[in-house]
Design a protein around this ligand. Structure first.
Ligand code: SF4
Ligand code: SF4
Length: 542
């Protein structure tokens, strides 16, 4: 088998991509990512067995975060960048290892590769399938995918200057545990929940970083039409990149639009103050294939999700930064102070036509925890009066598969006395439907990006307190979550750690769950897949 990857929801036949990724990942890129993960495990082995304190490892911590982030689905397709990252990680590993005397290290901590061929040969034997027991493999991979999501959130917080050494220490602990053949299934299940615990910490860290720098999100109407100026479309999740771009495009005559998961940037007071942040263009990440054709201007990816561009013309308009990368696209790196020079993006944008209008109107969002908690009395009154019967958390991801129409139909079919709480790009399945409001409270409350699922948890905890309940599961609250990639995995593990039961997960259950691990999740947490819209509405409303 030339490659094997089953980390995302779109994995081939729900089991694993073995020839080429559905995402466009080729076998050489898949193998480089496997070797990168193995190298990161080697660093973790040295850190844990060497007794290093994560607080003293600033450079290693940051490189480990970006190494994990680069392997997230749709983040980085650039073989040169991945090769460079492997070399960097091995250099970090070797420097740490040579500074102490540690016996009996795992192969991941000592192997060497001196050529592309040796890298490829090593990669071929250290991937996912190198763990033979399917239950152990399932749990190890679920933990690794959770760590990838956690690393993404921690890196965004780091870009704002916020970090938590306990999170780094846990990443080392969990990465090295994924090498430990003595751990039982029960011990790995416990570590999976601990990964969720640290996922909550990472989301709280990022929430604190974003809100302390850009203010608390507030209810905001976002334009989805276009203006006549040349423009840049910015995608991904990194608010610091967006802020730097807004500063550098000020008074340049170039407008900035958000795409996909960058939409919630409009809700932050210190970002929406820029008049040339003019709107959101298009839909969720996978719609970029058509959205980028009509957008016409320059495009900046700050993180995933990149879809291999259909034409040279589009590829020439794409720039990447941070952990994102695509061969042939200009990558913009930060200087030692974290500053990025986006002048190449801006200069290109000035030479290109303005975007073609594909829709008009607006969408409303900004219902993160601070804003919703400010409305808590109104919400509680509406529940007590019976005006609101139930809340549906429909956070998570969107994706290409046709069966995701389920979420549009589900949203449309929900009774008019229900509210959808959303975060992540799943919202694009229903955020333009005009589902109305209940006494002035919109029926779709968008908290923000996938990491803002943390906001939804805080809102649920506030409701629990307001209703004097002892268990969050007693609330009139149902979870119908859509997942796609590994940031959704850490959100799911965080919800499980917080004790949330009976989550419906779709459009399909993860291919990386072995039958026995799936059984553990079903029996202990009531996790289930989705059925028809009609049957699910009946089940949820019962
Ligand atoms: S990321 Fe998803 S689509 Fe891409 S190779 Fe892995 S499982 Fe397949
Ligand atoms: S919501 Fe899901 S698919 Fe969308 S960017 Fe976040 S993790 Fe990726």
């Amino acid at each position: 088998m030339s490659m094997f990857c089953f980390q995302c929801q779109e994995t081939a036949a729900g089991k694993g991509c073995a020839v080429r990724g559905v995402c466009g990942k080729t076998e050489d890129i898949a193998r480089l990512q496997d070797l990168l993960i193995y190298s990161l495990k080697g660093v973790a082995e040295v850190v844990t067995k060497g007794g290093f304190n994560a607080a003293s490892l600033s450079d290693a911590n940051h490189k480990v975060l970006s190494g994990l982030f680069m392997t997230i689905t749709n983040a980085n397709f650039d073989g040169e960048a991945l090769t460079q990252k492997i070399k960097e990680i091995l250099a970090v590993r070797d420097t740490l290892r040579n500074s102490v005397n540690i016996a009996n290290l795992h192969d991941s901590a000592v192997f060497t590769v001196n050529s592309p061929l040796e890298m490829d040969e090593k990669a071929a034997v250290v991937g996912v399938l190198s763990t033979e027991n399917e239950d152990i493999r399932s749990l190890r991979e679920m933990i690794i995918y959770g760590l990838k999501g956690m690393a993404a959130y921690a890196e965004h917080a780091l870009n704002i200057g916020k970090e938590d050494f306990e999170i780094y220490a846990f990443i080392y602990e969990a990465l090295s545990a994924a090498l430990d053949d003595t751990l039982s299934v029960d011990e790995l299940v416990a570590l999976t929940l601990k990964t969720g615990e640290y996922g909550v910490k990472a989301m709280a860290l990022l929430d604190g970083a974003n809100t302390s720098k850009y203010g608390n999100p507030e209810i905001t109407t976002v334009n989805i039409g276009v203006k006549n100026n040349p423009a840049i479309l910015i995608s991904g999740h990194d608010l610091v990149d967006l802020e730097q771009l807004l500063i550098q495009t000020k008074d340049s005559g170039v407008d900035v639009y958000t795409h996909g998961e960058m939409l919630p940037a409009h809700y932050y007071p210190k970002l929406k103050k820029y008049p040339h942040l003019v709107g959101n263009y298009g839909g969720a990440w996978w719609q970029q294939l058509t959205d980028f054709e009509s957008f016409k201007g320059a495009i900046l990816f700050t993180t995933n999700c990149i879809v291999p561009p259909r034409s040279e013309e589009i590829r020439n308009r794409i720039f990447t930064t941070g952990s994102a990368g695509y061969p042939g696209c200009v990558h913009i790196s930060a200087d030692a102070d974290g500053k990025k020079d986006f002048s190449k993006v801006i200069e290109l944008a000035k030479t290109l036509p303005s975007p073609v209008e594909i829709e008009t109107g607006s969408i409303v969002g900004g219902f993160a925890h601070n804003q919703v908690i400010a409305l808590a009395d109104k919400v509680v009154d509406a529940v007590k009066s019976g005006a609101i019967k139930k809340f549906f958390v429909m956070a998570g991801c969107d994706g290409r598969m046709k069966n995701r129409n389920y979420y549009t139909e589900f949203a449309k079919s929900l009774p008019a006395d229900t509210i959808i709480l959303t975060a992540g790009c799943a919202k694009y399945r229903y955020n333009k439907l005009n589902l109305g409001d209940i006494g002035g409270i919109p029926r779709v409350l968008d908290a923000g990006q996938c990491n803002d699922s943390y906001s939804l948890v805080l809102i649920a905890l506030k409701l629990k307190e307001a209703f004097g309940l002892s268990d969050i599961n007693e609330l009139p609250l149902a979870f119908n979550i859509a997942w796609y990639e590994q940031k959704a995995v850490i959100v799911l593990l965080a919800l499980l750690y917080l004790g949330i039961k009976n989550i419906h997960l779709g459009p399909t259950l993860p291919g990386f769950l072995s039958p026995n691990v799936a059984k553990v999740l079903i029996e202990n947490f009531g996790i289930s897949g989705i059925d028809s819209v009609e049957n699910d509405i009946k089940t949820f409303m019962a």
